[in-house]
Design a protein around this ligand. Structure first.
Ligand code: TRP
Ligand code: ZN
Length: 472
């Protein structure tokens, strides 16, 4: 799905334009009349500045339907992925990102397709070429024991196996360990995730639960539907023993919380605050972007950090505190609805979610945002690099992205004043709702609301500058 094309900046928009021009060329008779349309393979990566092979070119996914059966005893996952996409070029073959696992069969629109693998790239070659604009469904059967990824910063992500189940997370690249897909944040899609697991375990994913029923072998199949667009790094699965509660927030949004059974009473108070935090954030950031909400608290040791998985953020027990809850809920607007165009734009997630913590502390903890700014300003680690340009993949989640990212927003607030800043936060979330946005989109948008250029006042020093400036 490509809502980002409204910005006119995305590489996929450029690709579709080129493809459209190619068609015009054909219509104008610029190609020898004897040759039919000759498709070429879609690119094996979208040339992200940090992960050049992440994602794939030549098509745009609108929907994933994943049917996953998991055996916690053996760790084996049996999956079928049905991926509905539209060709953005004449395609002779297309790639999907997939790490590990064994691919059984693949088909395109029901016709068997040839598959080959090289590293994390799965190539599917349909029997008939897919012309530009054609909508198609590729189906991949796969199985195996998923292996998590170790990221450049040493953290693990992907399908993480626990004693009684698993938790799957994927920022930035781990989703390729449990389903084949176009695993770059610029290709958002809707999802339906069906989980078959032993009865007696809880099986959660993103969005709303649409059905649950017994199947063979004492197992239960539960279907979850995420009907607003989602970047694949925000897809999640939690299977295991959990104590769950359901409720509502914002009038009608179903809330599911699930906690490791030993944590029920320790987490009850904070879980009860979730609807109130969302309600206040909705006043600040505009309409909550999704039809479901919740939180999942896992035993410590499985996951190294909390993550804003869409509608259902996940927290290791030791990170389930108020600031982190505020942070992950704020990501539902900033990151999940307004999603980075590339991983270089990650400060648009982390700077905003950190600033949401500062706003919360200002309102409820009597810590003015100016004081949070000064604390961050004093910390040497926050000055390692400018937030708009992390030096390498291993730095994407380093302090400058979070703290200097939030400092950019505070300087912006001081430049434009509280009223305009409030309008700007809401307007940004509205303008790029369910789409992708880049740093350049943000600076242009902020300047359009402020009514003036902000290069000297804010961007040059705070967003792009090296090192610590004079304290303002
Ligand atoms: N995005 C997460 C958050 O701040 C944190 C996160 C994701 C992270 N991947 C990471 C932190 C890797 C450190 C390392 O909500
Ligand atoms: Zn975050």
């Amino acid at each position: 799905m490509t809502l980002s094309s409204r910005t006119g900046r995305s590489p996929r928009a450029a690709a579709s334009l080129a493809a459209a021009l190619a068609v015009l060329g054909l219509l104008a008779g610029c190609t020898p009349a004897t040759s039919g349309v000759k498709g070429t393979p879609g690119a094996a990566g979208l040339r992200d500045p940090y992960f050049p092979k992440l994602g794939n070119g030549g098509y745009d996914v609108s929907r994933y339907a994943l049917d996953l059966a998991y055996d916690p005893g053996t760790g084996r996952l049996d999956g079928t992925a049905r991926i509905t996409a539209r060709a953005t070029q004449d395609l002779s073959a297309l790639n999907l990102d997939l790490s590990g696992l064994t691919v059984g069969a693949a088909s395109v629109d029901g016709a068997p397709a040839a598959v080959s693998r090289a590293g994390d790239e799965l190539t599917v070659r349909p029997r008939d070429e897919l012309p530009l604009g054609r909508e198609f469904t590729v189906t991949v059967d796969y199985s195996g024991v998923p292996e998590p990824l170790t990221d450049a910063d040493g953290s693990t992500e992907g399908w993480l196996r626990s004693d009684d189940g698993a938790v799957a997370v994927g920022e930035p690249a781990g989703s390729m360990t449990w389903f084949p897909g176009n695993h770059h944040p610029s290709d958002k899609a809707v999802y339906e995730i069906a989980l078959t697991a032993p009865g007696g375990l809880t099986a959660l994913s993103n969005g709303v639960r649409v059905s649950s029923g017994k199947v063979s072998g004492g197992r239960v199949r539960t279907v979850w539907r995420q009907s607003e667009p989602m970047a694949s790094y925000l897809a999640t699965v939690m299977i295991g023993r959990y104590a769950t509660t359901t409720g509502t927030a914002l009038g009608s949004v179903p809330v599911v919380t699930a906690v490791e059974p030993g944590l029920v009473s320790a987490t009850a108070g904070l879980r009860a605050e979730l609807p109130g935090i969302l309600a206040r954030q909705q006043e600040r950031f505009g309409p909550y972007p999704f039809g479901a909400a919740g939180a999942v608290v896992t035993a410590d040791g499985l996951l190294g950090y909390a993550l804003e998985t869409q509608t259902r953020p996940v927290f290791p027990a030791g990170s389930f505190d108020r600031p982190t809850l505020v942070h992950e809920l704020a990501h539902q607007w900033f990151g999940n609805s307004v999603t980075p165009e590339t991983w270089r734009d990650i400060w648009l997630n982390e700077g905003f979610a950190t600033y949401a913590e500062w706003l919360y502390a200002e309102e409820y903890g009597s810590v003015p945002a100016r004081r949070s700014f000064e604390t961050a300003f004093a910390e040497d680690a926050n000055w390692a690099f400018p937030p708009a340009d992390p030096p390498a993949a291993e730095n994407l989640f380093d302090p400058p992205v979070y703290q200097r990212g939030a400092m950019v927003l505070h300087r912006l607030r001081e430049a434009v004043g509280d009223g305009v800043f409030d309008e700007l936060l809401r307007g940004w979330a509205a303008k790029y709702r369910h789409a992708n946005a880049s740093t350049a989109d943000f600076t242009a948008y902020a300047e359009s609301v402020a009514g003036r250029d902000l290069d000297d006042e804010v961007w040059e020093v705070w967003l792009y500058g090296d090192g610590r400036p004079e304290k303002p």
